[in-house]
Design a binder for this molecule. Sequence first.
Ligand code: NAD
Length: 258
Amino acid sequence: MNEGPAAHSPLAVAPELLNALRAATRIVALTGAGVSAESGVPTFRDAQTGLWARYRAEDLATPEAFARDPALVWDWYAWRRELVARAAPNPAHHALAALETRCAEFTLITQNVDGLHRRAGSRRLIELHGDLFRTCCSRERRVVECWKATEQRPPACPRCGAPLRPDVVWFGETLPQDALASAFELSGGCDVFLCVGTSALVQPAASLPLAALQAGALVVEINLDETALSPHARFTLRGPAGVLLPMLLAAAWPSARN
Ligand code: NAD
C-alpha cells in the first residue's frame, strides 16, 4: 500500500483508511476490466486468444469496425458473451456487493459490460458502458429483445431493418447522459472513492476520481500496476482486487460476515 509517497505492505492497512471507510456515509466505487480479470474475463490489454488472436480488442470495439465488417464485430461479441456466461463473479465482485450493505449510500459505477457485479448482488449500480447481453438497433439505438432467427449476421432490426448491435458504448461514442450525470454528481459528493482495476485512461470515466479528489474525498486506488491516478490517490493498494478488497472489508468490519 502506498500512503502518500511512502510505500507499505498491502497487509498493513492504515487506520486512517479503515476509519474513513467505517465513518463514510457516501462511498462510490469505480471499477474497470481489472475487477473481472480474476474471473477469467480478459481486459483489453490482455492478448486475445484462439480465433481472435490476430485482432486487437480496441480495433473491434469501435463504430468504424462495425461499419467496415458488422459480421466480424457481431461474432466477436457473441464469443465474449459465451466467455462471460461461463465466468463467475470473483471475491472482488462479492466484496463490493457486501460494501453496499455496510454503507448508508454506496454506489458502484462500472465501465464493465459483463454483468458480473449484478450477478454478485450489487444493486446500486451504474453501468456506464452498457451491457454485453443487451442488443439494440444500430440506427435508432432502441433496445430489441427478440428478432427473426435467420442465418444473417448481424440480424436485422424487426422494426427498421438496420443491423442489430450489442448495446455497449464503443470507443469514440458518447455515454448515456443520465448515467454519466449521476456518476459525476455522486463522485463529487462522496466521502470515500474507490478506484478498482481500471487503467484510469478511458474518458470520461477517468475524470470521476478527479471530480472526487477536487471535492475533497479520500481517494483509494486498488490495482496491480501504477496508473495515471496513482500519484493523486491518498492510498494505493497494489495487488489483485480479488485479494485486496475482501482483506480491506475484513479489516474495516472484523466482526461482520464479509
Ligand atoms: P483496462 O483494460 O484499460 O485496464 C485494466 C486495469 O486493471 C489495468 O490498470 C490493470 O493493471 C488492472 N488489473 C488487471 N488485473 C487486475 C486485478 N486482478 N486486480 C486489480 N487490477 C487489475 O480497463 P478499463 O480501465 O476498464 O478500460 C477499458 C475499457 O474496456 C472499458 O471501457 C471497459 O468497458 C472495456 N472492457 C470491459 C471488460 C468487461 O466488461 N469485463 C473487459 C475488457 C474491456
